[in-house]
Design a protein around this ligand. Structure first.
Ligand SMILES: [Zn+2]
Length: 202
């Protein structure tokens, strides 16, 4: 994806994000988007095989995009029921490790590199929606579109992108050499068509 294509995707999703946030509910302190809520603890295989990625899937054929997204999800989301609770922690740690190594190995040196790396390897389209200085650090509002983990998954009432949360922590920590906290507050699996990560760099 070149910069023009990235901008086109970001413009498209920013409009959609605005509409969906206007329609959201807050349930027990968590944001729930407009898509119908389906009561289940785990994502099923049939949920995973139909990613919705009109921009990232455009360059390859739609079928090819489905194939590698499904392969990624089978490894990342399809874990035995007894492991589900520990999954969140191990996925975050795996993501932190990968993110830090991408910087240590020189594949990523800046936020701009992160955007291009994630688009090139079709992990997702990163949008730095807002950036503000706060006392003792900086706050970022990151939006992530067509996420390889969750784009097209049903609304199960909670976010699932723990691996991506970890990657963001690892990359930003290694670039800034500062403590980084990241929380995914909106996700396809909580009823939206995007992911949103609240980031604090101390
Ligand atoms: Zn997500």
């Amino acid at each position: 994806m070149n910069d023009d294509d990235l901008k086109k995707a970001v413009d498209y999703y920013r409009l959609l994000v605005e509409k969906e946030i206007a329609m959201e509910n807050v349930v027990d302190g968590n944001f729930i988007g407009p898509r119908e809520l389906i009561k289940k603890d785990q994502i099923d295989l049939k949920d995973m095989i139909n990613p919705v990625r009109p921009f990232l899937g455009e360059e390859s054929s739609e079928d090819l995009d489905k194939c590698y997204v499904t392969a990624f999800r089978v490894g990342n989301l399809k874990k035995p029921a007894f492991m589900i609770k520990s999954e969140q922690g191990t996925d975050i740690i795996a993501g932190i490790d990968l993110g830090a190594n991408l910087v240590k190995d020189g594949l990523i040196n800046s936020i701009d590199d992160i955007i291009h790396f994630l688009a090139k390897y079709k992990i997702g389209i990163l949008d730095i929606f807002k950036e503000e200085e706060i006392e003792g650090g900086k706050k970022l509002d990151l939006r992530f579109y067509e996420c390889i983990e969750c784009a097209g998954l049903p609304n199960i009432g909670k976010p699932v992108c723990f691996f991506e949360t970890g990657m963001i922590i690892g990359m930003l920590n290694q670039i800034n050499k500062k403590e980084v906290n990241v929380e995914e507050i909106r996700c396809w699996t909580s009823g939206y068509s995007f992911c949103q990560f609240d980031v604090e760099i101390k």
